[in-house]
Design a protein around this ligand. Sequence first.
Ligand code: GLU
Length: 509
Amino acid sequence: MTIRTRFAPSPTGPLHMGGVRTALYAYLFAKQQGGSFILRIEDTDQNRYVPGAEEYIIEALTWCGIIPDEGVGFGGPHAPYRQSERKHKGFYLDYARQLLQKGNAYYAFDRPEDLELARKNAEAEGVQGWQYDASTRMGMRNSLTLPEQELKHLLDQGTPYVIRLKVEPGQNLTFRDMVRGEVSFDSSLVDDKVLIKADGMPTYHLAHIVDDIMMEITHAIRGEEWLPSAPAHLLIYQALGIAMPQYAHLPLLLKPEGNGKLSKRDGDRLGFPVFPLQWEDPISGEISSGYRERGYYPEAFVNMLALLGWNPGSEQEVFTMEELMAVFSFDRVQKAGARFDPAKAKWFNEQRLRAMRDEELGLRFSLQLKQMLGEQDPRADVSFATTAAGLLKERVQFENELYETGKYLFEAPSAYDEKVIAKRWNEKAKVFFEALTETLSKTEEFTAEQCKAAFEKLANEQGIKPGDVLQLFRVIVSGQGSGVDLFGMVALLGRAEVEARIRRALASL
Ligand code: GLU
């Protein structure tokens, strides 16, 4: 059997990070098993269609490196993969007719106001949660209750109808979920779901089943919110006489506080993105931030998502996509919701940044600096940027923090840490730094080692403990009492710049 999984988002807005995680698990599983991962756009709800959402989904998956083998934007043998386009081919209606013929579905002519009335009447009698099912359907206008003549007449006249699933009550419905194990439902609680809507469009319930069958999906991986509908889906497969794919219902992503589903509002409230990419609402123009624009590496974002609801069974936390493919398994996906931790998300980015070779980080930093300082600025030079990045990388979580964090590598300080000055600056120190410019001008090469040796030698000669002037030297060069490796910084800045900075400090302190 060739494993085939799919990600089947509805283009109703930007893709939530929970949706990206669903795609990721489906992708990892398919790739691990040598199978295919398919992207299908479920756009049967025309009222909720949002322009740009489909493009956003494709761009987001591409950014994450979750690349479909088939589907919208990626080609494949089962085209079209957009449900609105598949509808015209009649696939969905064909299956609905099969169900009608077998007596597992029926026409219903109730108008929205009829349903509303039935609900109200039930409420008046103290019944909450009215639903269209075996206990109520015989009181409604459908092909089970209408005389044959009238039914024919209504259909001939083109009266709007929906097609509903006919659920037999009193059955125990059981299936094995890849995450939850065996799950059971009482069919008496399942409503007669609409399969084909009055506009002729299939609902999700029918459409995803028809597509999963036709696209030969072996494993249907989706969010926990679909678990309550699963028994109806099981019944549809049973009625069609087709084996159901294996289902996996993934746990919800929870708020950082742990109570309730993670929403965009939590992101706004606590200052983190809930979408992979920035999104501009086409109607309101409102901008929602994205992980990409915030400066996250896609590898870190994916790594973080993988561990939101799954664990490798070891202490390892940092994974590449290839490593995830090798070790991912549904056995280790948890049933309980997964609490999102914004600080941990940053931690993953930090790990990724630190793991990057200085040369690679330096090249990227150099491009950033060229934009800020100008193409020709020597400080944007690759070798300068590479050394600077190497010095700074343990001190930042994002690439876009490098410059601010290490500003003193690019500009002479305009102020000096007052606490350190008050504590350490005195006549002896002044004499030391006056001599230091001279000493430093004489080193053979201006390397960190030679500068350090010269510095210590001078301190010795003057009877000063190096510790008494080290922090002062840092403040003189950078303005700050702490920061990157001192002599690494000195070597990077170079003889002329360091000398100039010492002279400036001597003049102003
Ligand atoms: N279109 C559904 C959604 O966006 C997909 C659920 C599924 O994967 O079957 O939630």
